[in-house]
Design a protein around this ligand. Sequence first.
Ligand code: OAK
Length: 834
Amino acid sequence: MINKNIKSSAAIISATDLKKRIQHHLNSTLGDRVICEDAYKNTPQNKQAYWQATSLALNEIIIDKLQASKVQQAKSATKSINYLSLEYLMGRLLSNNLHNLNLYKSTEKALKSLGFDLADLCEEGADLALGNGGLGRLAACFLDSLATLDYNAMGYGIHYQHGLFKQSFKDGHQIEQPDMWREFGSPWEICRPEATQLIPVYGYVEQQAQTDGSLTSVWRAGKMLKGVPWDIPIVGYNSSTVNALRLWECRADSAFDWDTLNQGDYLQAHHDQVNAETVSKVLYPNDEHDAGNELRFIQQYFFCACSIKDIISRYQLQFGPLTQATSRNFADKVAIQLNDTHPTIAILELMRVLLDEYDFSWQNAWQLAGKVFSYTNHTLLPEALEKWSVSLFEHVLPRHLTILYRINEAFLNDEVNAMWPNNEAMRARLSIIEEGEQRKVRMAHLCVITSHKVNGVAQIHSDLVKKDLFPEFNQLWPEKLTNVTNGITPRRWLKSCNPLLSELLSKHVDDDWAKNLNSLSSLSPLADNASFQKKFMAIKHQNKVALTTEIKTLTGIDVSPEAIFDVQIKRLHEYKRQHLNLLHILALYRRLLADPDLPMQPRVFIFGAKAAPGYQLAKEIIYATNKIAEKINNDTRIQDKLKVVFLPNYRVSLAEKIIPAADVSEQISTAGKEASGTGNMKLALNGAVTIGTLDGANIEIAEEVGDDNIFIFGLTVDEVKALDIKGYNPYHFYETNNEIKACLDWLDTDYFTPGRAGELSSIKQSFLEGGDPYKVLADFESYSDAQQALGVAYQDKKRWAKMAILNTALMGKFNSDRSIEDYVKNIWFLTPSV
Ligand code: OAK
């Protein structure tokens, strides 16, 4: 019962045909880069060439489908969703594309006859790491689902020359190196010079008298940027659709610069303007932290402006001129989703284009904007809520600022005043402009005011968005704020990354589970079945053996696959509380030193995390983890009962190796801080059992798997709030819990950093003098108890197998196809093109 109903136009391509196509690229496209003698076959250069030839051969097939999809989408005249995101964490594409086209097996065969192993070749591809973390990976999962469900969708973003930095460790410290994902080009991208856009920036606004006596604003731009699009095809799974991810590269518009040069002193006045090429040079490596400088602002504007122009020209190509008279049709055919506030300027740019270039009245332009835009909020952290200074706006986008003022004025005078007449405090709170020494633009306010729908990304998060973040907006427009719980694509996060488990599931599930993930629930009755348990756990063991080898290669550390593999993989942030995990590791270590015969299942704690280069404490947590790991891993007294591994350069392709091998999933954020989490879903889908707080999507995971199959601990959102109101005193826990005290005092010694006492003290300080903002000490005891219970559960092999199987079986809700269908039904109102 394998791969029911796989229908793919590409499925008819045979291994022989694929081999010919690969050979064609080896011989012609790649010229003499391949060395044919057997002795050289497996050199890195040759493997790269074979990877490239295979990718090029596949991309040819994909481009055919892309063209066919465009024709079909035009024919069906379906509404499109345009997903605007500053980040896309695509990972590698070869294996995923092959699986989605049902060509994996035949390509494997083709390559085997050429003397290569496909899985091995897939490792040659660079990750497309054009994002930081959750928000960027979600965008990638959503593109996969949109194509799978045959929706007409375009992803828009920036073609960063350098994606997220590469991480390595030097004496335990994080070192950052530039990411060179396309140093010599990428076989997956297609340049589209015909869709180049010119983007004005800087300059000033002039009032021009019209013949009827009225005044219009004319923007005299000071510089022109050129946006060159690169398309990356997005292949649906077992569907007819291939969509595109369109990434804009910024170049100087030399013609414009020559022109302004002739104006002499005018150019001089703008000598400090950013250099065009720097705009798409590098991804800002901050996760949930506002970078706040001019280049970042221009990045946002640049990609929004290119995308809005492109959306309009695609619309006009298909449906004819955009005018006030046809504006209703535009709203029927175009939806634009803002992935957090980073693309907010798209709202102002659409308004500007409609007003200044398409002669729309204010009323018509504003109505249209409200119909097409919707906004997703991905965090409640105050430091991530974007605010740009009014003076920067004025300098870079003077025309947009005048539009923004008018939107604000209308909103305050009409809507706010009607609801709260003459209420100055309310006006100040809801105004898009934050008054103060430096006046600022609140980007989230603009998004909420304009959009017809605003969603959070898990039920509890959406509730908090309503209650705590935007209570007044919720009062004004009770229908506007809503929830769409996040999801993950089961294609990448099970089918492609865990082939052994995928095969087992396909043998026991009638439906094509990679499309209909809910069908895995039919496995539930097998959770108690001894023979199925054996098979399921044997696969987990095999995946653990593979990860053991990877760990040895990457770190030199020996770990045993018999141990519990306890995994925390995500960006490093205090709210995610890697340091709670670390504190518990210290406690376990102490307990083992006090009693080396302590009965416990050996444990390997596996971390993967990048810290933002400017986030000092996050880097110190990485350093502390590495130093503590070094000491523990080399301490023979504890008989290998405890190991700690920090895998360098955590990224999508590394996640694909760790997740299938995980026994335990650490989801331990302070309640109310993690909007949703998606790693929690990936790990549970692959049979890891969660230890977690009642935060984000953990709550919904617990609802699905039931309390017996998850380890929940810690303060709830309401308890965290109550503690804040009462006044939280971390010293209380330090003084009354001996284990906490001993572990924190340990960090002040040179035990883990011989001869350099105090190197790890900043973590203790953050808990005590720093006030422990994320309540690590308050949750420690409850976490430690849950860990104890988990260790006991693991030793009951049958109980654990049942838990693991049920986690896999009951993740259907978290298919990103379901998330997309929620957006379609409640926000975008699309119909499939096929
Ligand atoms: C990044 C930058 C600014 C604002 C939010 C983010 C972000 O990555 N947020 C994360 O988004 C994920 C997808 O919705 C959620 O699962 C994470 O909980 C959230 O932290």
